[in-house]
Design a protein around this ligand. Structure first.
Ligand SMILES: Cc1cc2nc3c(=O)[nH]c(=O)nc-3n(C[C@H](O)[C@H](O)[C@H](O)COP(=O)(O)OP(=O)(O)OC[C@H]3O[C@@H](n4cnc5c(N)ncnc54)[C@H](O)[C@@H]3O)c2cc1C
Length: 469
């Protein structure tokens, strides 16, 4: 048996140790910032927000230019070593064992073109920085519930944010990507340049290339009417039943989600919400605030809130609507898409996770989709038609870890009568073929597979494996 991996092999496979050593040795001479296991910077760049998803790559290349991304891909291909990409570690799904990790933290360019309402954003930039830079111009970028998330990681997964129903899928605002495809070529992808690649990068995550910068439309939106209202768990049935009917009538200017929470009795959680079951109603209205206030009146009237924090707010504070924790934690995540969420579904959810239920989930959230998400250009995001998404998070502390997993299956099973096949790329935390089957329709997966063979002929990109196997 050969002890090295030939540079000409058709597909990059599991690396032999000599191949790994060769790749790391070649990278040391080709890139400025190479971090190896044991280095402090390696440790910093491999932190994941879900600590059950630890990543342990052979080496981390902290790229400073598209040329370095290209060099890394070519060296890895020649050595038969796969390549992964990350910017914040918020969406880690693979262990990256035997792979080189391209980390984009240093690609931090950020330009706001206020007059033309667009931004150019480096692949290492988080949404918080874009919002801060755009806010003085009264402009907004369509981020997700947490502004700590990376712009490119979010957009390549479609991006369903707190303005999804009024403004659509965030990836629909992408004008162009600068990307290094798996073959090491530096390319631009837009509606007119490499349009097939442009199609695939909006939903295809890192399966076709490593994005180095993205150009996005900004919307004129200095303020929104929105926030969260927290109810006691004892009101769960009334709140969830009303929400199930209210969402059917809510115009597209309103985006909403509701979450049954069991927050631990500790800081930093606000005192009225700790150590008990609560219901968080999230609402963002992008039309006239007075109309938004009318719209939320029916929900406000259901029960006496523990906290009512809905009002006019600067768009730059949009992260407060969901108040997602950003600290690393051990999490189990599960999700499913629904075609409907009516009063019957609400009752089942209360039985499953309401105040009297035995559940190991810290949060079970239902997001209403629809509205402008259903429209927009054709892209590799495959589930525009879903009406709702359910997303459950359990804390994987050793004493209850097995129960958390079984409990999440119980929830998914009980909601099956209203479910539809599929999952959203940004909320499906598996990897490989299983991930691709869940996230893409067969037609989208096949088209991505064809593009992967064209733009990454050696199959060097770890994220492409799901669509080409
Ligand atoms: C607290 C929290 C709230 C969230 N809220 C939402 C939400 O409201 N809506 C939503 O849609 N998602 C949401 N997400 C999911 C999030 O959008 C995904 O996890 C996303 O992949 C994170 O991207 P990242 O770059 O921050 O993470 P990373 O772990 O650094 O990257 C995750 C993946 O993104 C892709 N990627 C990253 N950089 C590049 C690149 N340069 N080129 C190509 N691919 C790349 C790769 O596939 C990579 O594996 C949330 C996540 C968290 C942790």
């Amino acid at each position: 048996m050969s002890t090295h991996t030939p540079a000409t092999r058709a597909t990059v496979g599991t690396a032999f140790r000599p191949a790994s050593a060769a790749a790391v040795g070649a990278l040391a001479g080709a890139v400025a910032r190479l971090h190896l296991p044991g280095d402090a910077r390696y440790a910093e760049l491999t932190v994941t927000s879900n600590i059950t998803k630890a990543v342990r790559p052979l080496a981390v290349v902290e790229v400073t230019s598209p040329d370095e991304v290209s060099a890394t891909l070519r060296i890895a291909t020649a050595s038969g070593v796969p390549v992964a990409v990350a910017s914040t570690g918020h969406g880690a799904t693979e262990t990256m064992a035997d792979a080189i990790l391209v980390h984009t933290a240093a690609l931090d360019e950020l330009e706001i073109h206020a007059a033309q309402r667009w931004a150019r954003v480096g692949a290492g930039v988080r949404w918080a920085a874009v919002l801060e830079a755009a806010a003085p111009h009264g402009l907004a970028g369509l981020c997700g519930s947490s502004t700590d998330v990376g712009v490119v990681g979010f957009l390549t997964g479609g991006g369903v944010g707190p303005l999804a129903r009024s403004h659509g899928l965030s990836s629909d605002t992408v004008r162009a990507f600068d990307v290094v495809t798996g073959d090491g070529e530096i390319r631009r992808a837009s509606a007119t340049e490499n349009p097939e690649l442009f199609w695939g990068l909006r939903g295809g995550k890192g399966s076709l290339g490593i994005v180095t910068a993205v150009e996005i439309d900004l919307v004129e939106l200095p303020e929104v009417y929105g926030g969260a209202i927290w109810f006691d768990g004892a009101d769960a049935t009334a709140v969830l039943r009303t929400w199930s009917v209210w969402t059917d009538l809510l115009p597209e200017e309103g985006t909403t989600s509701i979450a049954v929470m069991r927050l631990p009795d500790m800081d930093p959680f606000p005192e009225p919400l700790r150590g008990r079951t609560t219901i968080a109603l999230r609402f963002v209205w992008t039309g006239d605030p007075a109309v938004g206030e009318e719209m939320i009146r029916a929900m406000r009237a259901v029960a006496t809130p523990l906290i009512d924090a809905v009002g006019v707010m600067p768009y730059s504070a949009i992260g407060a609507v969901h108040s997602d924790p950003d600290d690393p934690m051990p999490l189990h995540e599960s999700s499913l898409l629904l075609d409907e969420f009516g009063p019957d579904t609400a009752d089942v959810l209360v039985d499953l996770v309401g105040p009297d239920a035995q559940t190991a989930q810290a949060m079970v959230e239902v997001r209403q989709l629809g509205g402008a998400v259903r429209r927009g250009p054709d892209s590799a995001f495959a589930h525009r038609e879903a009406a709702y998404q359910v997303f459950a998070i359990g804390l994987m502390i050793p004493e209850i870890a097995q129960v958390v997993v079984a409990d999440s299956r119980r929830i998914v099973g009980a909601l099956a009568p209203w479910a539809r096949d599929g999952g959203l790329p940004n909320f499906t935390d598996t990897a490989g073929v299983g991930w691709a089957r869940r996230v893409y329709s067969p037609a989208v997966a096949a088209r991505l597979g064809t593009l992967s063979r064209r733009f990454d002929p050696a199959g060097v990109l770890l994220a492409g494996r799901g669509v080409r196997d």
